[in-house]
Design a binder for this molecule. Structure first.
Ligand code: AMP
Length: 355
């Protein structure tokens, strides 16, 4: 299946974006055997999964003329675990569906809820949001899911890990039985399988994990550093790699605050990203990285989950639950290899991945 088989306005939007061919997960979800079916998809950040679910739900959104079908109540709902991811999904759907005339409302914690209620009141074809905020809107009557045709659970495993099960169930229970349910998850542990069993019918299982080159353009490097040397090692690594943009993961908000302050004190253009920052601060931090006004982002792994930044270098400092989360921030292709920096060694506490 190629993009040329899609409705003309979507194909044009993809071409304008410079996307010549579907990624593996996109090809799988727009294939004829997936049409109209519930889908359970194993796909990681970086696989093109956002555009994939955007394309998968086009039959639920577009009329025969390829333009958006008029409606007052949303026809599609996308639920994502974090504010950043929800905002990013919105941005992708806006360029993809903008030409069709679709209105996309975004509902995320930390933003002005009354503004979101007004947006929902004007009528949105697609709503994107985080579980807690969507549930609030549902319960106060601002979000009407009675006309919903498709619901997407993005990064479903993460939503369950973060304790959103009740919110998800409350939202899904408020949707029509006739809806399509598209479940995207990097991993498929038992709770995800149980969720799928409860809310999906005869779902088509799609797995592109391992097929995509995905993260094959990233080179990894591990270093052993004594705990007291972690901060110095991180700073030396940053200086050594002269990274245009780098992200440093920390285990806790406290670690983020401390490392960020140290970097700023040493003259690095650094921003911080953790749950203790307001949504506005987090948006500004990400924008500063995209504009390259900031070079280094110090973040908790949860706050940085799923965000799409063109990174030249990344590093984990005192992070515990890394391997799976680590694969959920997308990096740019590798730069030429450089000589490894000198680092003291002993107990393994810090790991660095560079390119
Ligand atoms: P995602 O997996 O949704 O986080 O997407 C990762 C990145 O791949 C985003 O920057 C997308 O804009 C980009 N992307 C998605 N689909 C394609 C495609 N067919 N061709 C090239 N890039 C794509």
């Amino acid at each position: 299946m190629s993009f040329a088989d899609l409705p003309a306005l979507l194909a044009e939007a993809l071409a304008a974006r410079g996307y010549a061919a579907p990624t593996a997960v996109q090809a799988a979800v727009i294939a004829p055997e997936a049409a109209g079916r519930d889908l359970i998809v194993s796909a990681q950040t970086g696989s093109g999964k956002t555009v994939a679910f955007g394309l998968a739900m086009h039959p639920e959104l577009l009329g025969e003329d390829g333009r958006i079908e008029p409606t007052r109540e949303p026809h599609a709902l996308i639920i994502a675990p974090t504010r950043e991811l929800a905002l990013q999904v919105s941005r992708e759907l806006i360029w993809l569906y903008g030409p069709t005339g679709a209105r996309i409302a975004t509902c995320v914690g930390g933003m002005d809820a009354s503004k979101e209620r007004r947006q929902l009141g004007y009528g949105a074809h697609v709503v994107v949001g985080t579980p807690g905020r969507l549930r609030d809107h549902l319960e106060c009557g601002a979000l009407d899911l009675s006309a919903l045709r498709a619901v997407v659970l993005d990064e479903a495993d993460e939503m369950l890990d973060m304790g959103f099960r009740d919110d998800l169930e409350a939202i899904l229970d408020g949707t029509p039985e006739t809806r399509r349910t598209l479940l995207f998850s990097a991993t498929m542990p038992k709770p995800i399988v149980a969720l799928a069993k409860r809310y999906q019918k005869d779902a088509l299982r799609i797995s592109t994990v391992g097929e995509d080159r995905g993260h094959g353009d990233i080179s990894y490097q591990a270093m052993t550093v004594s705990p007291s040397d972690i901060e110095h090692a991180v700073i030396n690594l940053l200086r050594f790699h002269e990274a245009e943009t780098a992200i440093l993961f920390c285990a806790t908000r406290d670690n983020v605050r401390h490392l960020h302050a140290s970097l700023v004190e040493r003259g690095f253009a650094a921003v911080a990203l953790s749950g203790e920052h307001s949504q506005n601060e987090r948006n500004h931090a990400l924008q500063a990285l995209r504009d390259q006004r900031a070079r280094v982002c110090v973040a908790t792994d949860v706050a940085a989950r799923g965000i799409d930044l063109r990174l030249r270098w990344w590093c984990m400092s005192s992070c515990r639950a890394m391997p799976r989360r680590f694969s959920t921030v997308r990096a740019a292709p590798a730069a030429p290899a450089r000589r490894a920096p000198r680092c003291s060694s002993s107990p393994i506490r810090a790991a660095a991945a560079s390119r």
